[in-house]
Each structure stands twice: as structure tokens, then as C-alpha cells.
Write a protein that binds this ligand. Structure first.
Ligand SMILES: C[C@H](CCC[C@@H](C)[C@H]1CC[C@H]2[C@@H]3[C@H](O)C[C@@H]4C[C@H](O)CC[C@]4(C)[C@H]3C[C@H](O)[C@]12C)C(=O)SCCNC(=O)CCNC(=O)[C@H](O)C(C)(C)COP(=O)(O)OP(=O)(O)OC[C@H]1O[C@@H](n2cnc3c(N)ncnc32)[C@H](O)[C@@H]1OP(=O)(O)O
Length: 393
């Protein structure tokens, strides 16, 4: 299920050389996805006193510690970029240009380089140089205005939507598309991956379904945003939850049956005005049994009712176990197996711990043609760092 060596021979992205400049959350996910699917991903860290990186998504990556603010450091990165397929940079617009590492410089030196710029607001526009985080990008995309309960403020779920879905994953998609195109043109290109636009694009369904009548009511009162009793989360008697998604009439009927109700005695499913009352009714019924009891009623039916699993329970759930959806690394840490599953060349993520900052500096520089003398000089000038695991770590 996971691999113990750096070799990634049979994977879809094997042979792809990626340089990922260390960033906060979205770019590390992007790099981890590429590494999981076989790319050789070198994370470029700032030389640091601590060997432990703040990147918790370093799986399968190598670490090179390089001070980009020093001219020799920037020159070393330029040299590395000449032999790279992809560069991922996660800084706000202007930072790379200030370092002399803008796309016009790097693409001139390596016209086949894919230069991926993953930012919140994109490379142009009024906010291009402004700081921000997931919640801000989500807000500017319009999506945040759709999230939240009736009569409450909009609600930003954990930083999944903009940072990871609209950011890290979209950027990985852009990189794979650019790699595919490069196979015929031989040319690289610049990817301007804005998280605002990434998450807005993900919300295309919301835009394109505005006129079909499912969003005609205020936030929190519609079919899919917490308004409908049959698309809702209910508390069970043991303080856990069940998720209900019984949209289609035939599935709704099974929900009603499982709850011990008779649809002939209930308002019709689509009666908006009855939804608040129906929710109360469903809630009081769900509160009478434990989550396990509800699972034994609904498992194996088409009622579209599933347990809301905690992180403690998810890996041991029978379905997830059967599909081996979660993996354990050499440290015993459990995490999701890369998705999607490819039949011939699936991702085989590394089992090893994440790299220490600068752990592979020498190896990577040697591999890229730097001599031992050059490396010694860069080290004595404090341009690079060699991270060694501490004995007690
Ligand atoms: C909601 C999420 C964010 C979640 C992250 C949290 C998990 C963490 C955020 C704060 C962390 C805590 C904190 O750091 C304190 C503790 C530290 C300790 O080590 C660990 C515990 C901590 C409590 C720690 C715990 C957690 O890690 C945190 C709570 C997001 O939304 S992430 C998405 C953010 N947005 C983007 O990525 C969009 C694009 N980027 C940006 O807009 C900006 O980068 C950003 C994020 C606004 C940050 O701005 P900043 O001014 O810091 O950076 P930039 O303007 O981009 O410039 C980068 C500068 O760094 C220089 N540089 C880069 N690499 C090198 C290098 N190798 N060598 C030398 N220099 C380098 C670069 O030249 C720039 O320098 P200048 O500023 O001089 O131009």
C-alpha cells in the first residue's frame, strides 16, 4: 500500500521533476499529490535552525534548504530550474520577481518549464499583492455567501474549499494538463492558479443551477443547503450523528420506512412549508436510537443514510477497510490513501516520515551537477543547510 524506497518506477508521474518552494498549506498539498503519483518532488525550504518543517504534507518529498534571498541562493535555484519540469511557487505576486526568479527569467533558461504560481488572488488585479487566507478567497469567490444555516452568518468550513480544493488540487490539475500539452508542443507555460477562481470554478454547478428552482429561497432554506429534512444531519441518542441524503422519491420512501413512518400520513416530500416541522419530527426520531442502531437499520438500504464518522472511527469502518481507503506510515500515522485509484498505475505513497529541512540538500545538488567544492562553498557561506535528524527525534 505504501512504498519504502524513493523509486517510483511504475507510477503515472514517474520521471517528472518538481521543485516546490515551501509554502503554507495549498502548495504543499499540490506537491504531495504529485509525489504520491510518482513525481520526484524537491521542496525548497529556507535554511532553519529547526530540522522540523511546518509542512505536514511532506509525504514522499525531498528537502533542499536554500536561502533564496542571497544572490548565490537564487542562482542555485535558477540552475536547478534548468533541469526541472515543474516549479510550484506559493508567494504573493511580485516576490519571485524581486528575487530575480520571475517566469520570464526561468522560462528563458528552460522553455519547457511549467511555472505554477499558486496564490489566493492571482497574478493581476487589485488584490494581487494583498495577504489573505482561505476564508478571504472563499468570500471573494461568492461561494461563502452560500454556506451557512438559516438566519445565521455565512459559515466558513475548515480551510478545505479554497486552500485545498480550489487551490492545491486545481493547481495539480493545471500542472498535469500543462504536462500533457507539453508532450506534443515541447513547451512549458505559466500557470496562474488563483484560489478565488479555483473555488469559484468548483462552484460552477451552483451558478449553472440558479434558474432551475433549487436556490429560490434564502440561504439555509433550500434543498441542498440545510433547508430540506431529507438532506440534513441528525443527532443520535449517543451524541453521534447520521447524515441523510434521501433526495429522490424512491430513496425518500426508504428513509420514511426506516424511521418507522408511513408516507401516507405525511405531507408530500416537496412541500417547502412543511419542511421545518418535518425536520423536528425526524430529529426526535433519530434521537431515540444510537448511531450503531441506525446503521443496522439503514445499512444495505437505498435510504441514503450514513453515519457521520469521526477521525477515530473512519479507518476502521467496514466499507473503508474493505477498500483500504486509509493507510498507515512507518510512524503509525493514519492518513487517506491517494485518490482516485488508477487501475494500472495507482499512486503508491511513501511510507517514510516527512523529510527534515535540508535533509537531501547535498544529494540534490550533486544530482544537478554541483561539485563537492561548490557545495562546500555554498555551505560555508550559509546559503544552503544540511538538515540532519536529531537523535532524539
Ligand atoms: C488558513 C490557511 C493557513 C493555515 C496555516 C496555519 C496552519 C499556520 C499559519 C500560521 C502558523 C503558526 C505560526 O507560524 C506560528 C508558529 C510557528 C511554529 O513553527 C509552528 C507553530 C505556529 C503556531 C504555526 C502553526 C501553523 O503552521 C500556522 C497556524 C491558508 O489559508 S494558507 C493559504 C495562504 N495563502 C497563500 O498561500 C496565497 C499565496 N501566498 C500569499 O499570499 C502569502 O505568501 C501569504 C500566505 C499571505 C504570506 O505572506 P508573507 O508576507 O509571509 O509571504 P510572501 O509575501 O508570500 O513572501 C514570502 C517571503 O519569504 C521569502 N522566502 C521564501 N522562501 C525563501 C527561501 N527559501 N529563502 C529565503 N527567503 C525566502 C520571500 O523572498 C519573501 O520575502 P519578502 O517578504 O521579503 O518578499
Amino acid at each position: 500500500m505504501c512504498r519504502r524506497s524513493q523509486a517510483a518506477a511504475a507510477m503515472a508521474l514517474s520521471g517528472v521533476r518538481v521543485l516546490e518552494l515551501a509554502g503554507l498549506a495549498p502548495a504543499p498539498l499540490c506537491g504531495m499529490i504529485l509525489a504520491d503519483f510518482g513525481a520526484r518532488v524537491v521542496r525548497v525550504d529556507r535554511p532553519s535552525l529547526s530540522p522540523v518543517a511546518s509542512d505536514v504534507q511532506g509525504r514522499g518529498k525531498l528537502s533542499l534548504a536554500l536561502d533564496l534571498k542571497r544572490p548565490q541562493g537564487a542562482a542555485a535555484l535558477r540552475r536547478l530550474c534548468r533541469g526541472a519540469d515543474v516549479l510550484i511557487e506559493p508567494f504573493r505576486h511580485g516576490v519571485m520577481e524581486k528575487l530575480g526568479l520571475g517566469p520570464e527569467v526561468l522560462l528563458q533558461e528552460n522553455p519547457s518549464l511549467i511555472y505554477a504560481r499558486l496564490t489566493g488572488f492571482g497574478q493581476t488585479g487589485k488584490y494581487a499583492k494583498s495577504a489573505g487566507h482561505d476564508i478571504n478567497y472563499l468570500a471573494l469567490s461568492g461561494v461563502l455567501s452560500k454556506l451557512g444555516r438559516k438566519d445565521e452568518n455565512p459559515y466558513a468550513p475548515v480551510n478545505l474549499l479554497a486552500d485545498f480544493a480550489g487551490g492545491g488540487v486545481m493547481c495539480a490539475l493545471g500542472i498535469v494538463i500543462a504536462l500533457y500539452e507539453r508532450a506534443t508542443s515541447g513547451r512549458g507555460q505559466i500557470i496562474d492558479a488563483s484560489m478565488v477562481e479555483g473555488v469559484a470554478y468548483l462552484s460552477s454547478f451552483l451558478w449553472k443551477s440558479q434558474n432551475v428552482g433549487i436556490w429560490s429561497r434564502p440561504r439555509g432554506e433550500n434543498l441542498l443547503d440545510g433547508g430540506a429534512p431529507f438532506y440534513e444531519i441528525y443527532r443520535t441518542s449517543d451524541g453521534k450523528f447520521m447524515a441523510v441524503g434521501a433526495l429522490e422519491p424512491q430513496f425518500y420512501e426508504q428513509l420514511i420506512k426506516g424511521l418507522g413512518l408511513d408516507s401516507n400520513e405525511l405531507p408530500i416530500q416537496s412541500s417547502f412549508s412543511d419542511w421545518p416541522e418535518m425536520k423536528k419530527k425526524f430529529a426526535s426520531i433519530f434521537a431515540q436510537k444510537t448511531q450503531a442502531e441506525w446503521c443496522s437499520i439503514f445499512d444495505g438500504t437505498d435510504a441514503c443514510v450514513t453515519p457521520v464518522l469521526s477521525f477515530d472511527d473512519v479507518a476502521s469502518h467496514q466499507h473503508n477497510k474493505q477498500r483500504r481507503s486509509f493507510i498507515k506510515n512507518d510512524q503509525g500515522e493514519i492518513s487517506p490513501r491517494p485518490a482516485p485509484l488508477l487501475s494500472r498505475t495507482p499512486a503508491v505513497p511513501s511510507c517514510k516520515r516527512d523529510p527534515f529541512i535540508g535533509e537531501h540538500t547535498e544529494e540534490i545538488l550533486l544530482e544537478n551537477g554541483f561539485t563537492k567544492q561548490e557545495i562546500a562553498k555554498l555551505h560555508s557561506d550559509k546559503i544552503i543547510g544540511f538538515g540532519k535528524p536529531k537523535a532524539n527525534l
